[in-house]
Design a protein around this ligand. Structure first.
Ligand code: ZN
Length: 78
């Protein structure tokens, strides 16, 4: 588990930054990008899922935000 502190204004900004970072790390096989979560420094037991992570055809995972509307897209597509 890698904890990576960031300085952002709120949860929305933290989730957005985490999504960008997770997508950029998708090609790194040691990283489980679908398991990425965000928490406040003073409430680390409350975790917010970053990605949808549903299984898609060809065993790819959805890289859109958690609870997104519309269809899923692979993690390596915008
Ligand atoms: Zn999805």
């Amino acid at each position: 588990m890698i904890h990576l502190p960031v300085a952002v204004a709120d949860l929305t900004e933290a989730l957005s930054l985490a999504r960008r970072l997770a997508r950029s790390l998708a090609p790194t096989p040691q990283v489980d990008v679908g398991g990425t979560t965000v928490s406040a420094e003073d409430a680390q037991h409350v975790r917010h899922w970053v990605l949808c992570d549903r299984i898609m055809p060809e065993r790819r995972r959805c890289g859109r935000r958690a609870d997104h509307d519309g269809g899923c897209l692979p993690v390596d597509e915008p």
